[in-house]
Write a protein that binds this ligand. Structure first.
Ligand code: AMP
Length: 423
């Protein structure tokens, strides 16, 4: 399948081809035509599946055709949990929309509200926002939704985890009832299904497995080490292997700062990114890491969630995460867009249980490679054998499935881009 067969207009196809994308990813194949057709979509997809282009491309297609937004109005709203994600989505919108006249902007907390109010004054076609700041702007009458055509909830599960449910409900209550809804979430928990019930109308359901949780492109290994020798081992590995761009995960903000100082003292260019850093510092650290002037980026899980860096070759779990699923998210940072990557975990004896939990979740024993100079005094016990009992297996998302719930599209939706809601 090619991008041109998905119904996208020429200016979008040109921008996509400039990005070097050869063919649509599975989620794009399914989401793009459905959104253009005006259908509601519920998609189970993580970062790394190409989901952002999956909703921004058809949105741009729809919005390029209609009338531009009036003052203080937005025609499409993309809600996303973090500032980083919001900034990245805007970047995608601008990249794919560069040959269209679609106007877009982003609003999020932690920075001054006034410049955002000014930008909204002329109206925007696509507004990317985090929920808290958007609600502030709405309450101050800087944004209105009378002309809203499409709502996108991106990473809905994260937004609920981060306690945004009330804000989201307030925002939804302020939107016109006649609109198109796109819901993207890595997982579909009871809470998400509950939220979806009052939101989407006769949706197309799409479920794709992330490109790299199967670890086909990511080589994973662990090395056992005493806790206090982890800083020295990390430095050794970076220097010995000449790793040029390394994303390192720590469990705490304090740990991230301390490790960054250690790496810098060892002559490595390093920066930390976590929730206590200002937005400016986070953006700067990420930009320096992307352009290669910072070699090692040390991050906590929350700060790193959703960071999208193409072709990231090397991830190090300096400490294992408490939640095994975070391991999958962490190693999903590597091997993007068809490249290969390597994920290494430095594991001390205290972390044995965490390791076993991870191996149970990924249903795979991770290869161990001893490093001669760092053989631990406190031995890491062997991994537990994996139980393959049927009911113990973690639930896997179904592969590339599309369901047309009613098997056919409605007459209203096949006419154009204005979905008609039947409540
Ligand atoms: P996402 O899942 O939206 O976070 O996208 C993950 C990465 O895949 C981004 O770096 C995109 O630039 C890249 N990407 C998106 N669509 C494609 C495609 N069709 N072919 C190759 N890379 C893509």
């Amino acid at each position: 399948m090619s991008f041109s067969s998905l119904g996208l207009s020429e200016p979008l196809l040109k921008a996509v081809s400039e990005q070097g994308y050869e063919k649509p990813s599975p989620i794009q194949e399914k989401a793009i035509p459905a959104v253009i057709e005006g259908r509601d979509v519920m998609a189970a997809a993580q970062t790394g599946t190409g989901k952002t282009a999956g909703f921004t491309l058809p949105l741009l297609d729809i919005l390029a055709k209609g009338k531009p937004a009036r003052a203080n109005q937005a025609r499409a709203l993309i809600l996303t949990p973090t500032r980083e994600l919001a900034a990245q989505i805007l970047e995608s919108v601008e990249t794919y929309g560069k040959y269209t006249k679609v106007k877009s902007t982003v609003v999020y907390g932690g920075v001054k509200i006034n410049p955002q109010m000014m930008r909204l004054r002329q109206g925007v076609d696509i507004l990317v926002a985090t929920p808290g700041r958007l609600l502030d702007l709405y309450n101050q009458k800087a944004i209105r939704f009378n002309e809203l055509e499409v709502l996108v909830l991106d990473e809905a599960d994260r937004m609920l985890d981060m306690g945004f449910i009330r804000d989201i409900k307030k925002i939804i209550a302020a939107l016109p009832r006649n609109r198109q809804n796109l819901l993207f979430s890595a997982t579909f928990s009871k809470e998400i299904r509950e939220l979806a019930k009052g939101l989407v109308n006769d949706p197309i359901e799409i479920s794709v497995s992330p490109r790299n949780t199967t670890a086909e492109k990511v080589t994973q290994w662990i090395t056992a080490v005493d806790k206090k020798r982890k800083p020295a081992l990390l430095t050794y590995l970076i220097k010995e292997n000449n790793w040029r761009q390394v994303l390192v995960f720590t469990k705490t903000k304090h740990g991230a700062n301390k490790l960054t100082r250690h790496l810098e003292a060892e002559g490595l260019k390093a920066a930390a990114i976590h929730g206590n850093k200002s937005q400016g510092a986070r953006t700067k650290a990420l930009a320096s890491f992307k352009d290669g002037s910072v070699q090692v980026l040390v991050a906590t899980d929350i700060a790193a969630r959703g960071i999208d860096i193409d072709l990231l070759p090397q991830v190090v779990n300096y400490e294992l995460p408490n939640v095994p699923e975070d391991y999958v998210h962490r190693i999903g940072r590597t091997g993007r867009a068809g490249s290969s990557g390597q994920a290494v975990s430095l594991v001390c004896a205290d972390e044995h249980k965490l390791l076993c939990d991870i191996e149970r979740v990924i249903q795979q024993l991770i290869e161990r490679k001893p490093i001669d100079k760092f053989i631990p005094v406190n031995e890491l016990p062997p991994s537990r054998a994996l139980k393959v009992a049927k009911n113990k297996k973690p639930k896997k998302p179904k592969q590339d499935k599309v369901e047309h719930k009613d098997g056919q599209r409605s007459a209203e939706n096949s006419r154009g881009h204005q979905p008609v809601r039947r409540r």
